[in-house]
Design a binder for this molecule. Structure first.
Ligand SMILES: Cc1ncc(COP(=O)(O)O)c(C=O)c1O
Ligand SMILES: [Zn+2]
Length: 567
């Protein structure tokens, strides 16, 4: 329990007045664009002395949140999500400092829990009992959970494009679901009119103070987590560390607006000494921000009919939110980038198979943007990058998986099956084994991975495991590789060049000079910068691929092509 002062400052006329969650306009000029301000000296002082002893959750930053009681009774354990180091994408992109803020691990599985928790806490403190949201799904789900705990009746306006699974998730919390057959922007207008007529509170996105304030906590957590992971590299003696980039998939832009405010506050308090660049990623079919950015405009032209399957990101008219982000990016760096639905679905598969993170297509948009920005050289290899993994998959829509995603085992039931006592205990039942044998009837191609570096072997092994049926063999050096290849020649060899002892060039020469191994196709995978002569020499004998220049599925295509040629 604590009392602190929160001020609202009008972004248009500068007027400052006491914050109240239900005050939606500046009393002087009528602007809806208000921003919260706090006593930053007090917050800095308390944080430096007390944070180490507070639990790692969103409420540890309560001095800079518009609530009076923290944690509030409605809390579901929001915030404090892990900052994961990437294991495989980091290698595939040659981006050693890649981190993933795993917001899937929030109470309702998306980063919108922050928004709902802080807003509902503030509203409950003001005694409010009914409210309205318009949503593409996740906001409504998050609000529904906290509204249930706060005893607040919630009206959720969802466009009919929201997947059925998500709509039902909203409904199970007892929310009043209003399905609107129109675009998301239109649904928002209808919800706003409904709220106006009934005098109800409505979440107005970046114009609502609790909403923006909640997203700041991402910046606070990320900075603290990076500092903990790199205690040796504190900048200029400052206690906290900011990343070089924050990347997020964006619809209305609330996330990055809040995150930007969070970093500004840390900077103002002297806790960080640089502002991160923002990577704003949108789905191509609904990318008003990217289009405006490319034209150098400070205002975005609305997209009346978004064309993307990724309905979570369906804000066609971002309004002033774009302008705020545009100004930030002009001042501190960053960019706006669009990715196709296909690129997003591909990134979704890659992240599930290679990092163990199953996320919804909207979250995958951020990763598709990451891949694009790294390949275009906009994100540099030495930079520290944090990507917001903003939401978990609801039941996967089948069109995303494609065919052959499961194997089917049918156990035959024979009428005349013997009674249980005639089957000796422990002996496998014939029917079961016969059924299982249908899974593994073929001999799988045998692939030998040769690399002295263990993480590189694990990466290649994982690619092969996740994308096809292979028997995978591994050698840690050139001698072991030659021995294995000669004893029982594999169908394909994946070969590193720089290895102690016998290097890849020598292994290749030796393989090609022995009749038993000369025919085996070889893919050289290397991080070495090769001379023209070396390249020519290698290309005569093998395929050549450069580490850090291919993703899992591209590598797999290469393998599949080579194996088919040798059949
Ligand atoms: C999973 C997920 N990612 C990203 C976004 C985009 O968020 P923002 O409001 O910051 O544009 C949303 C919005 O609902 C979302 O649910
Ligand atoms: Zn004003």
């Amino acid at each position: 329990m604590r009392i602190h002062r929160v001020q609202s400052r009008c972004m248009d006329c500068g007027h400052t007045f006491e914050f109240h969650p239900l005050t939606a306009r500046c009393p002087r000029c009528g602007s809806e664009w208000l921003q919260a301000e706090y006593d930053y000296d007090l917050a800095r002082d308390r944080w430096l002395r007390q944070l180490a002893d507070r639990p790692f959750n969103l409420w540890r930053y309560h001095e800079l949140l518009p609530v009076q009681h923290a944690p509030p009774p409605i809390d579901l354990g929001v915030g404090g999500t892990p900052l994961l180091s990437s294991v495989h994408l980091t290698q595939m992109l040659k981006l050693p400092h890649l981190y993933i803020k795993d917001e899937r691990q929030s109470p309702t599985s998306s980063f919108k829990d922050r928004q709902a928790a802080v807003t509902i806490a503030a509203l409950q403190e003001s005694g409010l009992t009914e409210m309205v949201v318009a949503s593409t799904g996740n906001v409504a789900i998050a609000y529904s959970a906290y509204a249930a705990r706060a005893g607040i009746k919630l009206w959720a306006f969802l466009t009919s494009l929201v997947p059925q699974e998500k709509m039902r998730e909203v409904a199970i919390y007892g929310t009043q679901v209003v399905k609107v057959t129109a675009s998301y922007d239109e649904a928002k207008q209808i919800a706003a009119e409904f709220a106006r007529q009934r005098g109800l509170y409505i979440d107005r996105g970046a114009r609502s103070i609790p909403t923006v304030e909640s997203m700041k906590t991402l910046a606070f957590e990320i900075s603290e987590q990076l500092t903990r992971q790199h205690p040796e590299s504190r900048y200029g003696g400052l206690p906290w560390r900011a990343p070089d980039w924050y990347l997020q998939a964006v619809s209305g832009g609330l996330g990055p607006i809040g995150v930007a405010k969070g970093f500004r506050e840390l900077y103002r308090m002297g806790l960080i000494d640089r502002m991160p660049k923002l990577g704003i990623v949108q789905a191509e079919g609904c990318s008003p921000m990217v289009q405006a950015w490319q034209k150098g405009q400070a205002q975005a032209d609305p997209i009346p009919r978004p064309r993307t399957h990724i309905t979570t990101l369906a804000t066609g008219n971002p309004g002033r939110s774009y302008t705020l982000l545009y100004e930030y990016v002009r001042e501190h760096g960053g960019t706006f980038v669009a990715v196709s639905d296909e690129e997003a679905f591909r990134a979704m598969h890659t992240l599930a198979k290679m990092e163990g993170l199953s996320m919804e297509p909207a979250a995958a948009v951020a990763f598709a943007g990451l891949i694009k920005l790294v390949r275009e050289g906009v994100i540099q290899p030495h930079e520290t990058v944090v990507v917001n993994c903003s939401g978990h998959t609801m039941p996967i829509e089948s069109h995303i998986l494609g065919e052959r995603w499961a194997r089917h085992v049918v156990v035959a039931r024979r009428q005349e099956q013997a009674p249980a006592e005639t089957t000796p205990l422990g002996a496998p039942q014939e029917g079961l084994l016969a059924a299982l044998s249908t899974i593994a009837t073929e001999r799988y191609p045998r692939i030998l991975i040769v690399d002295d570096h263990e993480p590189a072997r694990i990466l290649l092994r994982r690619i092969l495991q996740s994308l096809g049926d292979y028997t995978i063999l591994e050698a840690e050096d050139g001698y072991q590789a030659l021995e294995m290849a000669q004893q029982d020649p594999p169908d394909l060899i994946i070969l590193d060049l720089m290895m102690p002892g016998l290097d890849g060039f020598s292994v290749l020469d030796s393989l090609k000079s022995h009749p038993a191994t000369a025919h085996i196709p070889v893919i050289v995978v290397t991080a070495k910068t090769l001379t023209t002569e070396e390249q020519r020499r290698l290309r005569r004998m093998a395929r050549l691929m450069y580490k850090g220049e291919f993703l899992s599925d591209e590598f797999f295509e290469e393998i599949r092509g080579l194996l088919e040629q040798t059949r």
